[in-house]
Design a protein around this ligand. Structure first.
Ligand code: TZP
Ligand code: MG
Length: 228
């Protein structure tokens, strides 16, 4: 799929820790989420050895390919290359964007975490395909986060993107779940650019029924909230 056609509506970021995944199998959870309508998957695993990252990444890629959904790898350009997947997601403290782009090439999807306008501008001008904007709400899934920006911070960045007409896609991340997603999508768009999607970890990875959770979230992202 050409990368400009990627649908970011419901972006699943995985987690392999017992607190979130429990004793479930990551591949089964991701496949259930894909059945439920997840449109993009990021394999994020901060603890496994490189060998496990590559073998799990390859298994996940076999699954995402069946659903024609892109798979990105968090942090690790080397793992993305070994897996042969569609791209990477990098944070502010990872390998820099120009180097990631140089290694992976123009066809790869490269996303960057941003939490303020300066980071959003640098990532956009550096050729990021999408921005992961957050952390919107405090979340136990990422404890060492530098900044909780709230819906206000998210809206500020989206307004700037709209004002400057930056050619970049946007998803928000951090504490998004079925109870707040409608409000976040609706409030944050305001007069600015609407989000292209929302990214979630625990709302799907820790759900009893990841397929049903994905279906519900996707429906909420795609339909205007009742109070709009
Ligand atoms: N980046 C910012 S917050 C976050 C990441 C990876 C974790 C989001 O997890 P959850 O469970 O959706 O709040
Ligand atoms: Mg990172």
């Amino acid at each position: 799929m050409p990368k400009h056609e990627v649908d970011y509506s419901l972006y699943l970021v995985t987690d392999s820790t017992p607190a979130i995944l429990g004793d479930a199998d990551i591949c089964s959870v991701v496949e259930a989420a894909l059945k439920g309508g997840v449109t993009c998957v990021q394999y994020r695993d901060k603890t496994s050895d490189t060998g496990v990252l590559v073998s799990t990444g390859r298994k996940l890629h076999e699954i995402t390919k069946k659903y024609k959904i892109p798979l990105l790898i968090n942090d690790r350009i080397d793992v993305a290359l070994a897996v042969g997947c569609e791209g990477v997601h990098i944070g502010q403290d990872d390998l820099d964007l120009p180097t990631a782009r140089k290694i992976l090439g123009e066809d790869a999807i490269v996303g960057v975490t941003v939490s303020n306008i300066a980071e959003a501008e640098a990532a956009t001008k550096g050729g990021a395909d999408y921005l992961g904007i957050g952390t919107v709400f405090a979340t136990s899934t990422k404890e060492n986060t530098k900044s909780i920006i709230g819906v206000e911070g998210l809206q500020e960045i989206l307004l700037k993107i709209a004002a400057e007409n930056w050619p970049v896609k946007t998803v928000c991340i951090g504490g998004i779940n079925a109870s707040n997603v409608s409000r976040v999508v609706w409030q944050s768009s305001g007069k600015g650019k609407s989000l292209d999607g929302v990214a979630v970890v625990s709302a799907i990875m820790a759900a009893k029924d990841p397929e049903a959770a994905s279906k519900e979230l996707l429906q909420l992202v795609k339909s205007p909230p009742a109070f709009a």
